[in-house]
Design a protein around this ligand. Sequence first.
Ligand code: SF4
Length: 205
Amino acid sequence: MSANPEALQALHDRLRACRLCLDEGYDVYPRAIFSGEYGARWMVIGQAPGITEKEAGRPFNAGSGSRLFQWLAQAGVDQAWFRATQYMTSVTKCYPGRARSGSGDRVPTRREQALCRPYLEQEIALVDPRLIIPVGRLAIGLFYAPTCSMEEIIGTQKQVDERWIVPLPHPSGASRWHQSEANRARVSQAITLLRGHYERMFTPL
Ligand code: SF4
C-alpha cells in the first residue's frame, strides 16, 4: 500500500460507505466519524464517537472534546489549528448507541473493534503520523499490554515503529479517573511530554 493523498481519500470513501457492523447485526449509526488529511504529523485515536460527535459529524466534538482540547491547549496546541491540520479518528468509527444500562454510550464489542481495526491500521499507515495520542483504555490497548494499568501508563511515552506514543485517559466528564490528585499529576506529566513534542515538531527554529 503506497501512502499518498489519493490512497487516503480512497480509504475515507470506503469508510463512509462501510456497513460491516450493521451487516453483522450491531445497531450502530452507520456514519464513520474522523477528520484530517494526508501529511498530518499527530494523530488522536479515541474509543468511538459519542452522540454529539454523531450529530455534529466530527470527532471529539463536545464534552469529551472540551476536556481533550483543554489538555492540548495546556501543551500549547490551538484547537482550530489542530482540527484543521492534524488527524483524529477512533477505534470504531460509527456511533454505537446508548448502553443497555442507559448510562452513557455502549462500548463497542471486541467483534466491532476487530471489524474496524483494518481501517485504523490503514489510517496509521497512510497518514504516517510522528506522534499518536491514544485516548482512553480501548485506544491505549492498541499499544500497551492489557496488564498495564492506566496509573502505570499515563504520564509516560514510548516509541513504536519510530512514532511517539503519548497516551491520555478518556476525557469524559463522567470518568472518575481524573479526580484523584495523583492521576491529575499523571495527566500533567503527559501534557508536559506533549508540549515538548509540539515545540520540537511545530515551532520554527
Ligand atoms: S464502526 Fe467501522 S467497521 Fe463498523 S460499520 Fe462503522 S466504519 Fe464499518
